[in-house]
Design a protein around this ligand. Structure first.
Ligand code: NMX
Ligand code: MLT
Length: 472
């Protein structure tokens, strides 16, 4: 009975999405099945002319409409709140969190195909959604899983490039080196060198992006096993989906870990365009650098502690709490540790955000996963305690705009529970997932012919003179 009630709710959501097709930008959300429907590239081929016309119309009819006012604080404050980029695949609401092509995380969990009945979404489904704006069928997702598997072979020189680094090099350095080594196979670069017309730029970009996404799990798992295990790679299992296969190649086959990996890869894919990694990927891509060059640049941004590296920092911080206080840490001890961190001039990792002003829904869905699968895990219980302790302290500081936890506050304890305890590796997992969002948008950047990104910068003297003249 509950199952049928669940099905009714899903079909209500699907039909709501179908009805909302025009309000969500005119992209068709659902479709009937035909042979070419299983081929993602053919789907894009159909969508691109529509979206090109839509952009042309937007430019010609509304090009001069003003979008907010830029003030000096925004220029000096990291461009917060400044609208300055087109990013089609997702949109972030400060209160609600991320929507992938209009769908929130709970909605994606309801409508995207899963590997397990009632389980977590398959990231291939989210990739399809990001690229096309359509919720794929299970057949489409299976077909994409197979396509990614078929594209996943990694040339030997990539592993040699990684092996040239000391094994002590940070996993992100080794991973990005692998991505740069993959670049020698760029279809975009080859086609551009042969004089490909601008109208066709999206086609080799599509090939590069799908190849890149497909090849990241073997490269990333190679890095993991080189640094933390015996150095022996584990063969892909062709029967598995993208995330499960990645987990398998890392060395983790517990069915719950496979589900965690599906959830993990799904929720980290995209967070609109202004975050450091996405913005970097888009900026570098705007110079017509190919997707490998663009994504390697994005990864270097992700490797910063205020961005993706925060997931590493969170687990290390949690472990340092336990080291100092023992495992039965009390609320008062936790408060003292948070204050000690702040007083030493550090941030509390995993809390705060540049845009969000509420608890990150990516945190909430990981919390739900933990409540379902590992409620007794002591580190999960510590993370739950931090949820009570940290926000009032950050609020008391008086300057923190968002005291609530972000995605990184939770991910480490889940991975740690299933044996992936090496915190220094966590940002690589984030990177594998982010390739789907940045890559999808890069394809649309080329399909829509978006221009070189080149904002204006000014000096302090320029600002002082401008403000003086304005006041006069
Ligand atoms: N702990 C201590 N201080 C903080 C925190 C925090 N978690 N969050 C913000 N602040 C401080 C911030 O450093 C700034 O101080 P100051 O004026 O002295 O420079 C002040 O509060 C105002 O910052 P906000 O405007 O609230 O935040 P901003 O947009 O500048 O930065 C983050 C956003 C995410 C960089 C910041 O909240 C932070 O450093 N958080 C901890 C690191 C983290 O979890 N990063 C991961 C973000 C998600 N991701 O995956 O990328
Ligand atoms: C992200 O997922 O990119 C982070 O939450 C940072 C951001 O959105 O600025």
């Amino acid at each position: 009975m509950a199952f049928f009630r669940g099905l009714t709710a899903v079909s209500r959501l699907r039909s709501r999405m179908a009805n909302e097709a025009t309000t969500l930008g005119g992209v068709r959300w659902l479709q009937m099945q035909s042979a070419s429907d299983l081929d993602l590239r053919s789907q894009l081929q159909e969508l691109i002319p529509e979206q090109q016309d839509r952009l042309k119309k937007l430019k010609s009819e509304h090009g001069k409409v003003q979008l907010g006012n830029i003030n000096v604080d925004m220029v000096l404050g990291g461009m917060r709140g400044m609208i300055g980029m087109l990013w089609e695949t997702s949109l972030l609401d400060p209160e609600e969190g991320i929507r992938f092509r209009g769908l929130s995380i709970p909605e994606c969990q309801k409508v995207l195909p899963t590997a397990v009945e009632g389980g977590e979404p398959l990231p291939e489904g989210l990739l399809w959604l990001l690229l096309t704006g359509k919720v794929p069928t299970k057949e489409q997702v299976n077909s994409l899983s197979k396509e990614l598997l078929a594209r996943s072979s990694v040339p030997a020189h990539v592993y040699k490039a990684i092996d040239a680094l000391p094994v002590t090099a940070h996993p992100m350095t080794q991973f990005t080196t692998g991505v740069m080594a993959l670049q020698v196979e760029s279809e975009f670069q080859k086609a551009y060198d042969k004089g490909l017309s601008k109208a066709k730029f999206w086609e080799p970009t599509y090939e590069d992006v799908l190849n890149l996404i497909a090849r990241l799990p073997p490269v990333a798992s190679y890095v993991y096993r080189r640094i933390f295990k015996d150095g022996k790679s584990i063969e892909a299992d062709n029967a598995l989906d993208y995330a499960a296969n990645f987990s398998h190649m890392l060395g983790f086959d517990d069915p719950k870990m496979l589900e965690l990996m599906r959830l993990y890869i799904t929720i980290h894919t995209d967070h609109e365009g202004g975050n450091v990694s996405a913005h970097t990927g888009h900026l570098v891509g705007s110079a017509l650098s190919d997707p490998y060059l663009s994504f390697a640049a994005a990864l270097n941004g992700l490797a910063g502690p205020l961005h993706g590296l925060a997931n590493q920092e969170v687990l290390l911080w949690i472990k340092s709490v336990i080291e100092e206080t023992g495992s039965g840490v009390t609320t008062d001890q936790l408060k003292d540790y948070v204050w000690k961190t702040l007083k030493s001039g550090k941030v509390v990792p995993g809390f705060g955000h540049g845009v969000l002003r509420k608890t990150d829904p990516r945190y909430s869905c990981q919390r739900e996963f933990a409540l379902k699968h590992l409620p007794e895990d002591p580190l999960f219980q510590l993370v739950s305690k931090l949820y009570e302790v940290v926000p009032p302290i950050l609020t008391e500081l008086g300057k923190v705009k968002n005291p609530w936890p972000n995605v990184d506050a939770h991910s480490g304890v889940l991975l740690n529970h299933f044996g992936l305890s090496e915190a220094r590796y966590y940002t690589v997992l984030f990177g594998v997932s982010r390739s789907m969002g940045i890559g999808s948008q890069l394809i649309w950047d080329r399909a829509l012919g978006l221009p070189l990104e080149r904002p204006k910068s000014v000096t302090m003297e320029w600002l002082e003179n401008y403000c003086k003249n304005k006041a006069a």
